[in-house]
Design a protein around this ligand. Sequence first.
Ligand SMILES: Cc1cc2nc3c(=O)[nH]c(=O)nc-3n(C[C@H](O)[C@H](O)[C@H](O)COP(=O)(O)OP(=O)(O)OC[C@H]3O[C@@H](n4cnc5c(N)ncnc54)[C@H](O)[C@@H]3O)c2cc1C
Length: 380
Amino acid sequence: MDLGFTSEQSMFRESVRTFVGKECPPALMRELDVEGRYPTSIMSKMAGLGWYGAFTPESHGGLGLGPVHLALMIEELARFSPSIASAYYITMWGVLNINLHGSPEQKAHYLPRVAEGRQNFSFSLTEPDSGSDAAALRCRAVLEGDNWVINGQKMFCTQAGAPDNSIILCARTDANSKQGGLSMIFVPTDAPGLRMHKMSTMARRMQGTYELYFDNVRVPRASVLGEVNRGWEYIVGHLERERMCVAAGAMGHAKQVLNEIVQYVKQRKQFGRTLGDFQAIQHTIADLRVQVDCAELLTYKTAWMLEQGLPCPTEASMAKLHATETLVNCGMQGMRLLGGYGLTEEFPMARAFREGMGAVTGGGTSNIQRNIIARNVLRG
Ligand SMILES: Cc1cc2nc3c(=O)[nH]c(=O)nc-3n(C[C@H](O)[C@H](O)[C@H](O)COP(=O)(O)OP(=O)(O)OC[C@H]3O[C@@H](n4cnc5c(N)ncnc54)[C@H](O)[C@@H]3O)c2cc1C
């Protein structure tokens, strides 16, 4: 499919594809998932290639690339594991938020460290009593002298345990306003009073997903990203970028899973014929191909709109909804089409289903994406 990428974008994609073939082979991706091990050495190699500075502006020593490059990078990285792509893009979310809202001091502090592979980020919004209704969060940050003092609990913070990590915490800084009382605050994971507990989840195992407990955690006043109490506005913009990234990862992995299903049904014989000779199986393959191609179109449409600086809440939600449900479906159909072998870890079907469900849920569930799409469509 030619989506009109420039030759430079195609070369960029090719270099990521080559890297993934060499450094992120399927057996290693499986091992990191089974062992729940963060891919530190792969991330260091990516930093060595300058890819952690790819989305930092040239004025701060980066490559200044845009959302289409980001989508290409994620699609290719996710080929054998959406989790390795997510380990990269969650840190990039930090960079993009800093580019947009960071103070000169925050840019000077964080951006070079990210580019050198010495800084990761996590994004923490969800709490025990606020998931889909994210703005109802209660984790409290109160200004005392020159410090924010933070108390509360967070849930499902992906890769909080990554090396050299800072959490971008969404906290309540004004108790009298729901959306208007939120701020984003950098909290290093070694801050005294912060306790983290790794959760047992079926997705994102190589990064780990964490519960966080804040007990009088103190960070300097200057740790707020952008302006105090404008956090919700920043979160809404962040979620458009987040959903495009999640869609790109799900789509990149779904493409590979479909390739493997096709190879399998072309060689597996039952009743003296290959599985691919049975019409029932051909129809499943046809449906999956349509779904994967639609995921690709929706993802790159969203990336293109982000690149143009156009608002794209509906497109980002459509891409995220469709691409993540497609990955779940590829995993599920793959498990059926490969029979018993589809349920073994030797093939990527079961993991695709697990990771797909993680992608369906994180960044707002499919129902929440439908709510956003419907609201915007009905508004006209
Ligand atoms: C693997 C993984 C990684 C994650 N990583 C992060 C992270 O890094 N940072 C972070 O902040 N969060 C993260 N999350 C949390 C995720 O964003 C939330 O789980 C998600 O937003 C749903 O919230 P909830 O689990 O509280 O479910 P709830 O909000 O309780 O929803 C439960 C069900 O009700 C449905 N529902 C709720 N409200 C409505 C409605 N208005 N209309 C229709 N249906 C509705 C939902 O669709 C869902 O099916 C992660 C989750 C997972 C599984």
